[in-house]
Ligand binder design. Structure first.
Ligand SMILES: Cc1cc2nc3c(=O)[nH]c(=O)nc-3n(C[C@H](O)[C@H](O)[C@H](O)COP(=O)(O)OP(=O)(O)OC[C@H]3O[C@@H](n4cnc5c(N)ncnc54)[C@H](O)[C@@H]3O)c2cc1C
Length: 479
């Protein structure tokens, strides 16, 4: 009997658990360790953050799903991995007392998502700093309350300045911040106070619409359109001031302090700010057979799991060679360890990096969105199934072979809401297969904006909840 352990029930780990449990669960031992007993549907936190969705609508209980899918569920926190002896130490959630348990494995999937590294930017974040976040349920609720307080002040006649974007020179997840600022715009219109708000987009992107993937070019109504022109037009129409090419270095009570591409230092004042922090890997101790710390063999300095990519090459080489990008997401050092979703270490940025004259790198990190995370979760799960049943792996998908679809909500109303629907193939440009400027398939890569997207975004919320709860036909709904 094989023992498979998954750490983290986000898009990546939970998808892997559904495939593994439904395929192997009755004959083999599949265990999920997750800090929370509930799945959090992160994309809908954008709506929580403007008060349009109750937080409980973004969650569902994992235990009934895992009971049906033949997955053992251990609610708790994994703290140590012993890769030589193949076991994980976890602190079980309990009534105030954490109890340590040992869980042995033959195959381990690390899918722990990001650690929100607010500490990398002094003054950033809702706990020790001055800014808000929508990256966790608690953060989104606090952000909502502060935002609605500002709305109330505007209703009394005050003017407020709201700044949204990235809070670190190397941050990612610009898509979520973009959705938040456009939802704020729509919500302020609804409240009748848009004219009292100054909205500012502050980001480390090379250009608006870069989103950490270098932007895209798509054929739209018979013309080639860049995401930069597309998003810049949205900002113009919505009256959002765009400040890009800025790496946030520090935040105080009144202002966000940044350095720009040219190495100039400046500040953006704010009344309310929601800025995405740097993401690092979730801290886990990797301990060898003799008790030594073997983390350096498993994770990079940022804490992301090193897998089968080619690391340490210059940007141009990495982006120019599809082989640089991992295919099976397996640790080269320990073949029993896989990483999925945000937990794996990308070999480099997708967007062109930039270093200022002062030596600061202002470079949007590669996004690993929910769809990409789910696909990797599936690939890894299918390979583990292969290893258990065939003894060899038959699946693989590099980011240079993977499509991504992003529906960025720009107001959730089904009457006058909108969404920017962006599809791209592949996520990482492949200039060998697509020898155009973009390195992407111009027929598949597409951008559209309109009310239909708002309907689609709503439907996705329901469809994915259906899939992720392992309900009838879940395999038919793509990741
Ligand atoms: C506000 C917001 C909006 C977004 N919108 C979109 C969108 O519209 N479309 C899209 O594609 N993507 C979107 N994303 C990105 C998407 O949510 C992420 O790409 C995705 O969640 C990454 O999945 P993951 O499984 O790698 O990590 P996560 O979803 O972060 O899951 C990791 C899990 O591991 C658990 N964990 C961590 N450490 C441990 C430990 N030591 N022991 C046990 N468990 C642990 C965590 O509790 C968590 O449950 C959005 C993100 C945010 C924040």
């Amino acid at each position: 009997m094989a023992r498979v352990v998954i750490i983290g029930a986000g898009f990546a780990g939970h998808t892997a658990a559904l495939y593994l449990g439904s395929t192997l669960g009755t004959q083999h031992d599949i265990t999920m360790i997750n800090t929370s007993e509930r799945f959090l549907y992160l994309p809908s936190l954008v709506w929580v953050g403007v008060g349009h969705m109750k937080p409980e609508k973004t969650r569902f209980s994992l235990r009934p799903v895992y009971d049906r899918m033949h997955v053992h569920f251990l609610p708790g926190k994994a703290v140590e991995v012993h890769p030589d002896e193949r076991f994980v130490v976890a602190e079980k959630n309990g009534d105030g007392v954490n109890q340590q348990v040992r869980v042995d494995y033959d195959h381990l999937i690390v899918a722990t998502g990001p650690r929100l590294n607010f500490a990398a930017t002094p003054g950033l974040g809702p706990e020790a700093g001055h800014t808000h976040s929508i990256c966790t349920e608690t953060h989104a609720v606090a952000s909502r309350d502060a935002y609605l307080e500002d709305v109330a002040r505007m209703k009394k006649g005050e003017r407020r300045k709201l700044v949204v974007g990235t809070g670190h020179p190397g941050a990612t997840c610009q898509g979520a911040a973009f959705e938040y600022i456009t939802n704020i715009h729509k919500d302020l219109l609804r409240h009748g106070v848009r004219d009292r708000a100054e909205l500012v987009w502050l980001s480390n992107e090379r250009a608006p619409g870069d989103f950490g993937v270098g932007g895209i070019t798509a054929r739209r109504r018979g013309r080639l359109l860049s995401s930069e022109a597309f998003i810049a037009a949205v900002f113009r129409e919505y009256g959002i001031a765009s400040q890009v090419r800025r790496g946030v270095l520090e935040v105080d009570e009144n202002a966000v302090h940044w350095e720009d591409y040219e190495g100039r230092f400046g500040e953006t004042t704010y009344d309310f700010a929601m800025l995405i922090p740097q993401f690092t890997g979730m801290p886990l101790k990797y301990i060898g057979a003799n008790g030594d710390d073997v983390s350096a063999k498993v994770v990079n300095p940022a804490g992301f799991v090193i897998v089968d990519g080619i690391y340490g090459r210059p940007y141009e080489t990495t982006i120019g060679d599809p082989q640089s990008w991992p295919r099976v997401y397996q640790s080269p050092e320990y073949g029993s360890i896989f990483a999925a979703g945000i937990a794996f270490a990308p070999p480099g940025p997708i967007s062109q990096p930039h270093v200022t004259p002062n030596g600061t790198s202002i470079t949007a990190a590669p996004p690993r969105t929910g769809m990409v995370s789910g696909v990797i979760g599936r690939v890894v799960a299918k390979n583990v199934i292969d290893l258990v049943t065939l003894g060899r792996m038959t699946h693989g998908e590099r980011l240079t072979e993977m499509a991504a679809a992003c529906i960025a909500s720009m107001g959730d109303s089904l009457w006058d809401g909108s969404a920017a629907t962006i599809t791209m193939y592949p996520v990482v440009p492949d200039h060998q297969r697509y020898p155009n400027d973009d390195g992407r398939d111009a027929f598949v890569t597409h951008m559209e904006m309109g009310l239909a997207g708002a309907w689609m975004k709503r439907m996705l919320h329901s469809a994915f909840r259906h899939k992720l709860q392992g309900r009838v036909g879940w395999r038919l709904i793509p990741e």
